[in-house]
Each structure stands twice: as structure tokens, then as C-alpha cells.
Design a protein. Structure first.
Length: 357
């Protein structure tokens, strides 16, 4: 975290800055539902998902099936992004409809909806905050130098070169999603865990049965590896640019809601294709400020939020997709410095973070 950012976080008392921004956003009509957009998007994703599995059956035992595995990795990622919008009630206003549709979407890719929703809700409440945000909890990787100094076992071993290992490790993210979903079922505090467990087991049973019924064992394992590994890379690549390399807060940092969300998030600049590929999450600042805002409205909200941050003197980070990955990797390399015996220095994010449009 830079000195300037730390000062901005710690020196500004809670106030009504967010309320004034909310009024501007509401006056622009950006908080309303977009049923037409989501009808088209869900129909398209469902149709392509079904078409992919139909092609898998039609192609049968051929190595061309690995091309279908790559296509289905993209479709699994798209379903995950739709499930994300459903969980935030961007699609349906009512909780029951949101949870039902989210569970169906999660089950179709082998994701435990209850586990993911709990994890993601805690992330939104405390983005990039140590001990509170599960997305920066030390696991295989470490996200800060304090975590690196306390690391043992595999994180200590991998942390020395974690920036170089980040993208290779994303090939395991799809498997990790399934394993974490299954492990969460044993948590007695998880709501609807019996339902989530049943849906997760049903997905695994149908998925593996289809693979080994249609394909010979060697080809089935190859399909599974290509599908799940590319799914993990796609999913990780969609979420990594949003917060990695941005300031990590501690328990001493008590910014107001607006600054907590803006200063820990990064937007990824790009056109409509970027919106499609990343499910609108490239407008991460706006999404964190207004989680229930339909994703097609985030691009329109961007100019309002950016101008408002400029008025307040709050840094608004935005960069290109490739540059965002570079920032994330530089941050990971810096976090692992204690494990390499590297002299500790304050780290300032490189130049691509900018506040101008």
C-alpha cells in the first residue's frame, strides 16, 4: 500500500459521500432491472451450453472432442458469471427467485451455491482486508509480506516464486472450486447444505458418467483435464484483475464505504468484448459500490463514478487487461520477498493505474 493511499484511507471520517453518489446513480436510472438483457443473455448461454454437450455426444470418441472441452470451459465460465449476477440479485429482485436460479446455474458447473455466496458476500463486505476477506486469506499463495513471514509448508515453498507460478496454478482452480464446494457441505453452519450437496453429487455423477460412457478412458481423462484446467484459467483470469495488486487493508484501516470499495478495486478498460468475456466485472469499482446494479449498466455508471471520485480527490484505478495482470504479478512477487530474503521496500503500483478516461 502506498503512503498516499494509506493516508487517504485512515484520515477520512465516515460521511455521506456515498449517499450523494447513490443519488446521482439513481437519478440516472441505472439501478433498475434489465429483464430484456438477462432474458437474451441467459437464453444464449443456456443454448450454447446445451449445444456444447450435444456436440460432445455427436463427435463421440475422437480427439476433436478436446476442442469441445475448450469450448465448454468457456461456457462453464460464462455460466459462473451469470450465477454471480443472480447471487447479487441483478436478475431477479426477490431472494427466492435469485437463490433458485443461482443454485441451478451453480449445479450445472459443479459449484456449491451456498458456499460461494457466503464466501463472496464476505469479500464484498471487506474487500482486500486481511483476516476478513477470504480472497486474500493465505492458502497456496500469500498476498502480503506479513503472510509470507508467517507462512509454512506449501505456501512458504511456493511463495518464493509465486508470481511465476500464478497462471500455471490457475489450471487447478476449476478442481479447487469443486473440492471447496464439497468440503463446505461438511460445515454445519452452511444453509441448505443438504440441497447443495445433492446438487453437487448429481452434477459429478452425470458429468463423469457422460465422459466415460461416450469416450474411452484415456480420452475421457484428457477431456476432463483440458476442460477443467481451461475453466480454471478462464475463471481466475476473469477475477484476478479486480483486486490483486491493489492496497491490502488491515484491522487498523477504517475507511468509509465509498473509499473502502474504490481504493481496493481496479477497473479494466476495454470495449464490449471485454464486458462479454469478463461478465461486466471489468467495471469492478462500480460493481463493488452497487452490487445489485445489472452488469450492462455498469459501463454507463463508470463515467459518473469516475467524475465523482475526481471531485473528491479519491484515486480511481483503471488500466488495460494485460497491464492489470502485470500489476497483479508484481504485487505477488513483492509479497513473497521475505521468503527470498529480499530487502523489504515500500511497493508502489506501476504507472498503468490511472484516473482519467
Amino acid at each position: 500500500m502506498t503512503t498516499a493511499t494509506t493516508s487517504a484511507i485512515r484520515s477520512v471520517p465516515p460521511g455521506s459521500d456515498f449517499a450523494r453518489l447513490s443519488k446521482r446513480i439513481a437519478d440516472a436510472g441505472l439501478l433498475g432491472r434489465r429483464p430484456g438483457y438477462y432474458t437474451l443473455r441467459i437464453t444464449a448461454v443456456t443454448g450454447l451450453y446445451a449445444t456444447g454437450w450435444a456436440a460432445f455426444v455427436l463427435v463421440g470418441p475422437s480427439w476433436w472432442t478436446l476442442a469441445i472441452a475448450a469450448f465448454m470451459a468457456v461456457m462453464y465460465g460464462q455460466v459462473a458469471l451469470v450465477a454471480h449476477d443472480m447471487a447479487h440479485r441483478q436478475v431477479f429482485r426477490r431472494r427466492r427467485a435469485s437463490e433458485l436460479s443461482g443454485r441451478i446455474a451453480g449445479a450445472s458447473i459443479g459449484m456449491g451455491y451456498g458456499w460461494w455466496q457466503d464466501k463472496h458476500t464476505r469479500h464484498h463486505a471487506n474487500p482486500n482486508t486481511e483476516d476478513l476477506d477470504p480472497d486474500v486469506a493465505p492458502d497456496v499463495l500469500v498476498w502480503s509480506q506479513d503472510q509470507a513471514r508467517a507462512a509454512t509448508g506449501l505456501p512458504r515453498l511456493l511463495g518464493r516464486r509465486q508470481a511465476f507460478l500464478f497462471f500455471p496454478l490457475l489450471t487447478l482452480e476449476g478442481f479447487n472450486l469443486h473440492v471447496s464446494s464439497g468440503r463446505a457441505i461438511t460445515n454445519g453452519s452452511l444453509k441448505h447444505r443438504a440441497l447443495d450437496g445433492t446438487l453437487l453429487l448429481a452434477h459429478c455423477a452425470v458429468y463423469l458418467t457422460a465422459l466415460f460412457w461416450v469416450l474411452p478412458p484415456g480420452m475421457a481423462f484428457a477431456f476432463l483435464a483440458v476442460h477443467q484446467c481451461l475453466f480454471g484459467v478462464y475463471l481466475g483470469s476473469a477475477f484476478a484483475p479486480n483486486h490483486k495488486g491493489m492496497p491490502i487493508l488491515s484491522a487498523d484501516d477504517r475507511p468509509d464505504f465509498l473509499r473502502r470499495q474504490v481504493l481496493t478495486s481496479r477497473n479494466v478498460d476495454g470495449g464490449r468484448f471485454t464486458d462479454l468475456a469478463l461478465g461486466g466485472l471489468n467495471h469492478q469499482i462500480e460493481h463493488h459500490l452497487f452490487p445489485s446494479m445489472p452488469s450492462p449498466n455498469l459501463r454507463k455508471a463508470r463515467s459518473i463514478v469516475r467524475q465523482y471520485c475526481r471531485e473528491l480527490g479519491v484515486e480511481y484505478a483503471e488500466t488495460g487487461l494485460v497491464a492489470s495482470y502485470r500489476l497483479a504479478l508484481v504485487s505477488l512477487h513483492h509479497a513473497g520477498a521475505p521468503l527470498r530474503g529480499t530487502p523489504l521496500r515500500a511497493w508502489t503500483p506501476p504507472a498503468p493505474c490511472r484516473s482519467e478516461g
